[in-house]
Design a protein around this ligand. Sequence first.
Ligand code: UTP
Length: 291
Amino acid sequence: MQNVKIKKAILPVAGFGTRMLPATKAQPKEMLVVVDKPAIQYLVEEAVASGIEEVIFVTGRGKRSIEDHFDHSFELEHNLVEKEKHDFLREVRKISSLAKFSYVRQKEPLGDGHAISCASHLIGNEPILIMFGDCLYDSTVPPAKQLIDTYNKYNQPVIGLSRVEMNIVNKFGVIDGLEIIKGNYEISKLVEKPKIEDAPSNLVAVGKYIITPRVLQILDNMPSASSGEIRLTDAFSQMLENGELLYGKELDGEWLDIGDKLSFIKATIKLGLNNKDIGLGLKEFMKSLNI
Ligand code: UTP
């Protein structure tokens, strides 16, 4: 497939967010606030800044607040107009006009790959951006844009990568591959949560991808693994076994994983320090802790 403008993103957000319980018992982990907005808004803004025009959320039970967040909010906007709170009004209106939003339900959380394939009927013969809900970045060029640029070089699926300390590599999907040009890898192997001693590298998949119709075709026909889940990683592994090409892009910037409690707090502090309204105050507070 030759260069086609990537206009659509699928954001699977139907997972349970177990690692963030009890915070996620009655609210989606994607709606947890990082500094001043829900995590999912960072992702949508990143997608839009990378040229995406249509965002497809794959939602599930208990995820209605995501739809409400990206919807027009008549009562709230009316109230802000009456109170002449113009700055807030602008902020609120901006959210619902960021992109064209669609929603698909995943009836049961049968894995991230299954969630993606729930949206395949909304996708034509085109490459798509995939973003998982717990992967934020502090970077100059939006990571999604970096992935799209990499796709445009190779016209094959691309996995967003980051390096982690070797002692935590067992929590992630780890790749082996050949660095063809700086930061761009031709992937030869993808191992999900390997033992530290067996990990082929410390380059891990962060939860951002460009996939092609071929990947969707594999996902749509894939039987569940022994775990009962259909995972995107398994589709990639199948492609590698068939000798099909798969690329990796080591993303420039700092990966802010927000999928577990400690990394969520670290990301909040990092983005809080960068924030123009609260950054200085937070820095003073951190210094005052004397730790
Ligand atoms: P995660 O592996 O992070 O799962 O899924 P999770 O449920 O969100 O979190 P934990 O591990 O239980 O704490 C990666 C992405 O795929 C979505 C998640 O919402 C997340 O964005 N997902 C996962 C689905 O949409 N459906 C699923 O069945 C599984």
